[in-house]
Design a protein around this ligand. Structure first.
Ligand SMILES: NC(=O)c1ccc[n+]([C@@H]2O[C@H](COP(=O)([O-])OP(=O)(O)OC[C@H]3O[C@@H](n4cnc5c(N)ncnc54)[C@H](O)[C@@H]3O)[C@@H](O)[C@H]2O)c1
Ligand SMILES: [Zn+2]
Length: 704
């Protein structure tokens, strides 16, 4: 290859990789699988190894992660949070071990700690001294670009396996000081991932590609209550003090973390040879499908920190550790056909029907095809053989069409239906839109999704009103209702006499509030207890706050955050309904498109009728107005001493109303210390750290 073609290829690869890194790290919405991404980056690495003169400092091979997302406070790490180099097979693993051995003195023992490579994102947790010799969680940071992370403390605090405090007793047992830093991995368990995606799809949002992206997106959500619902988990693996490892070995580190009350992965093991490592890998692969969380490989670390120091780092990864990556789980199978699902917004989603094939312990018979653009990109036809991958994710994805002597091409074009598969009304694709939609506002598929969305967790929280029950309320027999949703039935249920389809019990969301236990008793397999419980749940939902009612209406683009902004700004359903596009646009957090969508929604008579009907049923239509400013967003204040006019509480309230935070202790991360008369040790500490100190006048000036 000529130098010039190489330069061109490197250039093209870098641009392509940057595009995908942006989607992955910043948007949390990758378009290609990790295996595909790894192929690109490895190709680039290979070219750069051949042509070291073409390596530039801004090449994606030289950087750890992505840019931190806008909107979070950025904080420098005590020491860089690095990535790991990868080995994809035994030979690469042995080559790494040989390089390690070369730097070890002859009489020294060499040990490896094998740990699962949890497929999540790394987070640094900082603890500081609290009362009674204990330590408390003061800050949680994402890896960010490796040098600077994002402060996600309030979200991290919702993770159950992250201790908010460590007692003096535990610190003593673990031989740990009061100020320390723990690094580990946040993961989203598979069950939580599946649930979250179901909710997203129902709300008309695109599903997250894999648990790792779901965890990354969740940890960077602005709403801690959403984070709390997602059931994230945290496994600790490093322990630092002032940016240095506290203990002389990795195995002692894991032990100390466990003693101090952190969750560590139970499968970690210290071994002496690469053969032991290979045995560990084999065991892990066998266990992989039954863990309940995703692992995408094994991390092997040199146990001794002294040896680690000698080995040092390359640009973006330690030489003393390596990630052995499991091969992507894929298979080739045949595309038998395409089904079209109709969503809540009427959107038609093409679903590939595949000849069933086993991948990583599960049978895959369906894969998403996303939208017409994706079908065009793949160039796929019915009858084609397709490569299906399930790499670190649960939703299988078609990555490419396989075409060779054994796999002749299919020849049936995938055509979107011109009529809705549920209601037989016309399907349209609007100018500039990717998706086809059913135009019928009363399409039963829409009503079905509306009801499920309305009842779902995080919206009106009506337990017991899931897909199958909604199907039954809409007049389907139990078997039909379950089949339509691909829900496996208990055998006894499936075998039950099939009842004919009957009249629907509800025709609008508001009809839910008119249901009586007697009505429900007429449904298959619904007894008195189930019926009473559901009625009680529905009744209870009348108390759900205004923003949830707004969410429940299922207005496009209106998610939890926007609904809260609307409720906080306008304070009532009426004010929102009467607001002009300009008034909506002026509200905190609401852009022009969203404003227009909300306005349009309330112009439709059917929607207004529904709202009035819900009002009649006693739902919450008002909320307290709350205005949170942004003047001090991202800043942390510590108050000390007595201010001339403001009380502590006043000052705190005013700072918080302007979007700032007030903390009780001074640290490097404090933005300002506000000091009054008789300020004590906090002021000394602020001076020591060289922090900005304000008096009351200075604070008032900042508040504007
Ligand atoms: N699909 C896409 O478009 C796309 C784009 C960019 C990156 N990616 C993917 O992102 C990954 C690259 O990210 P990366 O830099 O985090 O590298 P990595 O995932 O290959 O390895 C490093 C990370 O492993 C994690 N880890 C898990 N268990 C660990 C343990 N026991 N000890 C230490 N660390 C542990 C840490 O978070 C660490 O930062 C690759 O898997 C790549 O495929 C995909
Ligand atoms: Zn329809």
């Amino acid at each position: 290859m000529s130098e010039q073609t190489t330069v061109k290829e490197i250039d093209a690869l870098r641009r392509e990789i940057e595009h995908h890194e942006h989607l992955y790290y910043v948007m949390d919405a990758p378009e290609i699988t990790d295996a595909q991404y790894d192929r690109l980056i490895n190709r680039l690495k290979a070219l750069e190894t051949e042509h070291p003169e073409l390596v530039t400092p801004d090449s994606p091979t030289q950087r750890v992660g992505g840019k931190p997302k806008e909107g979070f406070v950025k904080v420098a790490h005590s020491r860089p949070m690095l990535s790991l180099d990868n080995a994809y097979n035994e030979a690469e693993l042995r080559a790494w071990a040989d390089r390690v051995a070369a730097s070890i003195h002859r009489n020294e023992t060499l040990e490896y700690v094998c740990e699962y490579k949890l497929d999540g994102l790394s987070l640094a947790m900082h603890y500081e001294g609290a009362g009674h010799g204990a330590a408390h969680l003061s800050r949680g940071l994402t890896r960010g670009d490796g040098t600077v992370g994002e402060d996600v403390t309030s979200n991290v605090r919702t993770i159950r396996s992250v201790p908010l405090a460590v007692s003096a007793d535990k610190l003593k047992k673990a031989h740990m000081p009061q100020t320390f830093e723990v690094r580990g991995e946040v993961v989203m368990p598979q069950a939580a991932f599946i649930k979250m995606n179901e909710e997203r799809v129902r709300a008309g949002q695109s599903p997250a590609a894999n648990p790792r992206n779901a965890a990354a997106g969740t940890i960077r959500t602005v709403e801690p209550s959403i984070v709390a619902q997602r059931r994230l988990d945290y496994y600790a693996y490093f322990l630092l003090v002032n940016g240095e490892f506290l203990l002389p070995t990795q195995s002692e580190t894991l032990e100390a973390l466990r003693t101090a009350g952190f969750k560590t992965n139970p499968y970690a093991r210290t071994v002496a040879t690469i053969d032991d490592v290979l045995a560990f890998i084999a065991e892990a692969e066998a266990r992989r499908d039954n863990l309940g969380y995703e692992i995408d490989g094994i991390v092997i670390k040199v146990n001794s920190v002294a040896q680690q120091k000698r080995l040092g780092f390359t640009g973006k990864a330690p030489r003393w550790a390596i990630a052995y990556k499991f091969p992507a789980r894929g298979a080739v199978t045949k595309l038998l056909g395409v089904k079209f699902q109709v969503g809540r917004t009427g959107k038609l989603t093409p679903v590939a029907v595949l000849a069933p094939v086993g991948i990583g312990g599960i049978t895959v018979a369906r894969a998403t095809l996303h939208n017409p653009d994706e079908i065009a990109r793949l160039g796929v036809k019915i009858g084609d053989s397709v490569a299906v991958e399930r790499g670190g994710d649960v939703i299988p994805k078609i990555t490419e069409v396989v075409s060779d002597a054994q796999h002749p091409r299919g020849d049936v074009e995938i055509v979107f239906p011109s009529r809705c598969p549920r209601c037989d009304q016309p399907v349209l694709r609007e100018e500039g839109e990717v998706d086809y939609r059913c135009v019928n506002a009363s399409c039963p598929a829409r009503l079905h999704e509306e009801l499920v969305h309305f009842a779902s967790r995080g919206v009106m929280n009506i337990e017991g009103l899931g897909d199958v029950m909604v199907g039954q309320l809409l007049g389907h027999s139990l078997v039909e209702a379950a089949e339509a949703e691909d829900v496996p039935l208990e055998e006894a249920d499936a075998a039950s006499e099939e009842e004919p389809t009957r009249a629907a019990l509800v025709h609008t969301v508001a009809d839910l509030y008119r249901l009586k236990a007697e009505d429900l008793l007429t449904l298959e397999r619904v007894g008195q207890k189930t019926a009473d419980a559901l009625i009680e749940q529905i009744d209870r939902s009348r108390k759900a706050p205004l923003y949830r009612v707004l969410l429940g209406l299922g207005i496009r683009h209106v998610g939890e955050r926007t609904a809260q902004d609307l409720a906080n700004t306008f304070g009532s359903m009426d004010a929102i309904m009467q607001a002009s596009v300009d008034e909506l646009k002026a509200a905190e957090g609401i852009g022009p498109i969203v404003a227009q969508t909300i306005y349009d929604f309330f112009q439709v008579k059917k929607n207004r009728d529904l709202v009035e009907d819900l009002r009649g049923q006693g739902l919450q239509f008002t909320a307290e107005k709350k205005v949170v400013g942004t003047a001090l967003a991202g800043m942390t204040f510590v108050l000390t001493g007595t201010l001339p006019t403001l009380t502590r509480d006043d000052a705190k309230q005013r700072i918080e109303a302007a979007g700032g935070k007030v903390s009780g202790s001074v640290s490097k991360k404090t933005s300002y210390v506000v000091a009054g008369e008789e300020a004590g040790s906090k002021l000394d500490k602020a001076r020591e750290l060289g922090l900005a100190v304000l008096d009351e006048a200075g604070l008032l000036q900042l508040l504007g």
